[in-house]
Design a protein around this ligand. Structure first.
Ligand SMILES: [Zn+2]
Length: 210
């Protein structure tokens, strides 16, 4: 008796990193190919269908269409840019609060900054809520920047620095020691070179002209 059957042969073609929607974070993926073969006495002989590709998450084992590798990097960048804006704005709010008192001019500056950083600018009331929750949490601007700036690009770190400078200098009066110490520590906190720091501060001066 001739024993005939079929078998799917699966091979790993490529590995890399992708954003797994199930895991909700970056994971290693395996790009796999699958092709059905005719078997004779359980030995694969001739292919009887085309090659199909799929992507498997090494974290959770979920399978995805390879299209996910093309779509996700762009979506991921978009999400990262949104997160950055929210975080940089919060850093600017905390900078304005570093002296303990926030001036009317700083409130107006923060509202303008929100238009640059947030997907939708916030109003005075929302800013008030953000300030009071930031004040109650007692997380300093420096520690906040340390916690969130890891994934920021150099350009984003410079942009955040500008927002913080604008928020601090809008005070109008001479800056207090706490704020000056904070601004001086930002070069190291944001891992910027002297040149990158200086360029960003110079660009911050242009922000205020409006
Ligand atoms: Zn996963």
């Amino acid at each position: 008796m001739l024993l005939i059957g079929t078998i799917n042969i699966t091979r790993t073609r490529e590995r890399g990193d992708f954003h797994c929607p199930t895991c909700g974070t970056g994971r290693e993926y395996l790009l796999k190919s699958r092709r059905p073969f005719l078997t004779l006495y359980f030995i694969p002989t001739v292919p009887i269908g085309g090659v199909e590709y799929f992507v498997r998450c090494s974290g959770c084992g979920a399978n995805w269409d390879p299209a996910i590798l093309r779509i996700e990097p762009a979506a991921m960048r978009e999400q990262q840019a949104i997160n950055f804006g929210i975080e940089a704005f919060r850093a600017a709010v905390l900078t304005a609060l570093a002296s303990g008192v926030i001036s009317e001019n700083q409130i107006r500056a923060l509202l303008r900054i929100s238009a640059r950083l947030l997907p939708t600018p916030i109003d005075r009331e929302q800013l008030g809520q953000l300030c009071s929750s930031a004040y109650q949490n007692r997380i300093t601007a420096a520690n906040y920047v340390r916690s969130v700036s890891g994934p920021w690009t150099t350009e984003q770190r410079q942009f955040a620095l500008q927002a913080m400078f604008v928020a601090a200098s809008a005070k109008g009066a001479a800056l207090d020691d706490a704020t000056i110490r904070l601004l001086a520590s930002l070069r190291e906190l944001l891992r910027l070179t002297d040149r990158e720091y200086q360029d960003a501060v110079e660009a911050a001066i242009d922000w205020e002209v409006d």
